[in-house]
Design a protein around this ligand. Structure first.
Ligand SMILES: Nc1nc2c(c(=O)[nH]1)N[C@H]1C(S)=C(S)[C@@H](COP(=O)(O)OP(=O)(O)OC[C@H]3O[C@@H](n4cnc5c(=O)[nH]c(N)nc54)[C@H](O)[C@@H]3O)O[C@H]1N2
Ligand SMILES: Nc1nc2c(c(=O)[nH]1)N[C@H]1C(S)=C(S)[C@@H](COP(=O)(O)OP(=O)(O)OC[C@H]3O[C@@H](n4cnc5c(=O)[nH]c(N)nc54)[C@H](O)[C@@H]3O)O[C@H]1N2
Ligand code: SF4
Ligand SMILES: [Mo]
Length: 681
């Protein structure tokens, strides 16, 4: 068994043990017991990783396009020629419109410090367009920072000493199995209660002591009613509020105005359900709030995250044993990224394009281009934008542009790679060296390579190096091996070197916000939690946001044309679009099924298993219906991200999602979709 770490876009960043059957072949994969957060558990899809790394569909050699863009017809070419062509296209684009016409693009296919962000070296050294990475956590992060001040929280292992674990808008049974094992331990040891709040009856709702299913995007109303109940019951921690927050009589009067019947009306929950949760909240000082990100993927998502984060401040949970709050540890890693990302070469004058608005960017919308030149050349790594980005029809129109040169570096011939002029075969984490930031805990996990690269696959670092050499880009990292960069990065960050890190398997380096008796204030300039955030300071779209914690009615409203609200939560056996290619995951997920409340189905003459169509002004999709009591009337849920070839339209659910940025700082409202629903003819 060789110890390494999982690079997938999952906050667990598990320490893994991988069985090596030969220098090029793996067997079993399991979670390592050597790190107490992973605690010997990993998810089933990664336990089956042999089927992904040795998949017959893995890209084996570089390809050049033969057919039309998107058609997927290619001929093999040599690596040298592939890199020459990309470099020539980048030079031509820069010569015609300036370097900002080139847009290197990355997403979370790997979270490796070098694999994910190493492409930034090429970007910054060459002056290519920069990227604002908004597709995942930006609304949640903005809402969290609004009150708390930094994208950090209590060490999630503290919930072992909590009496109430409030899992808000996250589905750890499917998305973070390790967190579930910590929660289960607290339930067993202390009799802690688990509450899960979701917009459909998710596996985590099933697993909870109290599971609440509400209307999508209405969580703030529930949080406000809970706070009013706490004020009414006299359990607000006055001393904590005075010392550590910006509490004011105005805030108090505002919060007190929100009643449980009003919240029931807004959320679709029964009054008795809210009362049951209010009893737990009011009666349990040791509250650990574990916010997911799902409930923030709405147009009001940042405001909702802020309202929910107020719950832990109001009762002083932060200062109690086992109490506190956490969503992701995005900050506090203390990594010196000058070498790995060329962060020392960032030119603030170069435009920053919004990753989530790739459709608008490629279709030449002036605002999305920030008044600059068109994007005419791209290298995409770790991203499947044709499937994952909002408004897929627009994204595909953009990717299909004849005057766009597109190179995609991938493990599989994804729908995005099918649009490429040049496709490059990528190694998986098992074939390369890296380190991961454990965003759901507090350690860097260390991922040395386990086997040799499969076929002609090369790492992201190797591609960046190959292009840098051809483009004449100069930076110390371009001449170094991946291990040399990682070693130097760890040393410069004061975390020892690569060899010691591999030996340890993980490095507990992230800075949490000390809670319990160690609580010493919030990471705000004045140390105080803000019930009254300065939204305008948090992003360009902040000015319109409510000043006080509010149920902000900024949603894609269901109207007469589109009376249903659709959410698109993650499926357990897929990870975004990764694993949609493996037979084990495909078999477990089956064909996409739209969860429909049986009363809506009866009204519309929809049978269980019957074909239905959903749509809005952006597109329409056909699939099977599944009658499901676990969504409220008027709400639909489609787990995903199901691959586009699973729909007769040849495009997936993001063709229905809007690409307008979420306030205050951008991001995507993936669960905020108004649609019509009909039986399919
Ligand atoms: N409808 C809907 N859409 C969503 C979401 C949702 O909940 N609902 N979730 C959103 C979220 S949270 C996210 S983060 C995005 C994720 O969007 P993406 O990051 O684009 O999706 P992934 O499937 O995680 O990974 C993309 C690709 O990276 C490739 N890859 C993996 N490792 C490497 C590597 O080392 N090198 C290279 N070159 N390629 C690699 C994989 O093969 C995969 O095809 O999707 C978003 N889209
Ligand atoms: N198996 C699996 N694991 C994954 C992923 C995956 O696709 N599959 N994706 C990975 C990635 S990139 C990320 S960012 C994380 C995300 O992990 P989570 O924090 O779990 O966030 P989401 O997946 O966006 O959504 C979680 C839940 O939010 C619910 N939700 C949607 N709208 C609302 C709402 O208005 N209110 C409430 N209360 N709930 C709502 C959804 O139904 C869903 O069950 O998971 C990672 N892990
Ligand atoms: S996908 Fe998440 S839970 Fe699964 S092995 Fe990777 S880090 Fe662990
Ligand atoms: Mo994500």
């Amino acid at each position: 068994m060789i110890r390494t770490a999982c690079p997938h876009d999952c906050p667990s960043a598990c320490v893994l043990e991988v069985e090596r059957l030969s220098p090029a072949r793996i067997g079993r994969v399991r979670g390592s017991a050597s790190y107490d957060y992973t605690a010997g558990t990993c998810c089933a899809k990664v336990a089956r990783y042999a089927e992904r790394v040795h998949h017959p569909g893995r890209l084996a050699q570089p390809l050049a396009r033969l057919g039309a863009k998107g058609e997927g017809r290619f001929a093999p070419i040599a690596w040298g020629e592939a890199l020459d062509r990309i470099a020539a296209a980048f030079r031509a684009a820069a010569a015609r419109h300036g370097p900002e016409a080139v847009w290197p693009y990355h997403s979370g296919g790997t979270l490796g410090v070098l694999s994910r962000w190493g492409i930034d070296r090429l970007r910054h050294v060459m002056g290519y367009s920069r990227q604002k990475s908004t597709i995942c956590v930006t609304p949640a992060e903005s809402g969290w920072k609004a009150g708390i001040g930094a994208a950090r929280g209590s060490d999630p292992r503290r919930l072992a000493e909590a009496d109430l674990i409030l899992m808000w808008g996250g589905n750890p049974v499917a998305t973070q199995v390790n967190l579930m094992s910590h929660i289960q331990a607290a339930r067993k040891r202390r009799g802690a209660k688990l509450v899960v709040i979701d917009a459909y009856r998710s596996p985590s709702v099933e697993a909870a002591d109290l599971g609440l299913v509400l209307r999508p995007g209405t969580d703030a109303a529930l949080a406000l009613a809970l706070m009013a109940a706490a004020l009414e019951a006299g359990v607000a921690d006055r001393d904590f509020l005075a010392r550590h927050t910006d509490w004011s009589p105005e805030v108090e009067a505002h919060l007190r105005r929100h009643s449980i019947p009003w919240a029931a009306e807004v959320t679709g929950l029964a009054v008795a359900e809210i009362e049951a949760l209010a009893r737990l909240y009011v009666g349990t000082p040791r509250l650990f709030l574990r916010a997911g990100v799902g409930f923030s993927r709405h147009r009001n998502g940042a405001a909702t995250m802020h309202a929910v984060s107020c719950l832990a401040a109001l009762t002083g949970a932060w200062a109690r044993e086992g109490g506190g709050a956490f969503f992701y540890a995005l900050e506090g890693w203390g990594l010196d990224t000058r070498l790995a990302w060329a962060s020392d070469r960032i030119d603030p004058r170069v435009r920053v394009l919004d990753q989530s608005r790739i459709g608008a960017v490629l279709n030449g919308e002036p605002a999305a281009l920030m008044g600059g030149p068109p994007v005419t050349a791209m290298l995409i790594q770790n991203a499947n934008s044709a499937e994952v980005a909002p408004d897929s029809h627009a994204v595909r129109r953009g990717l299909a542009r004849e005057d766009l040169f597109l190179a995609v570096h991938e493990q599989f011939l994804t729908p995005t790679a099918a649009f490429a002029d040049i496709v490059l075969p990528a190694t998986t984490f098992l074939e390369q060296d890296d380190i991961m930031m454990g965003l759901g805990h507090t350690a860097l996990t260390v991922a040395p390579r386990v086997i040799a690269p499969q076929a002609e696959a090369r790492s992201n670092h190797a591609v960046v190096q190959g292009l840098a050499a051809r483009l004449g880009a100069e930076h110390p990292g371009f001449g170094m091996s991946d291990v040399e960069i990682l070693d130097a990065t760890l040393r410069a960050s004061g975390h020892g070197g690569w060899a010691a890190a591999v030996e340890a398997g993980f490095l507990p380096v992230a800075v949490d916000i000390p809670s319990g008796t160690d609580f010493a204030g919030f990471p705000q300039p004045d140390g105080r939690f803000r019930f009254q955030p300065d939204w305008a300071a948090l992003g360009p779209y902040g000015a319109e946001m409510p000043r006080l914690p509010s149920y902000w009615q900024k949603l894609e409203w269901a109207g007469p044309e589109t009376p249903f609200r659709l959410i698109t939560p993650p499926a357990r056996s897929f990870l975004n679009t990764s694993f949609t290619e493996t037979p084990g995951s495909r078999k477990r997920e089956g064909a996409p099924r739209l969860r429909v409340n049986p009363r809506d189905a009866a009204r519309l003459g929809i049978a269980d298993g019957g074909r239905v169509r959903i749509g809005n002004a952006r597109g329409a999709l056909t699939m099977a219906a599944m009658l499901f009591e676990g969504v409220l009337e008027g709400v639909l849920a489609l787990e995903g991200i199901a691959p586009s070839d699973a729909f007769p339209e040849g495009i997936g659910v993001n063709s229905l999602v809007g690409a307008d940025p979420v306030a205050p700082a951008g991001g995507v409202a993936f669960h905020d979709i108004a649609v019509w629903l009909r039986p399919a003819e």
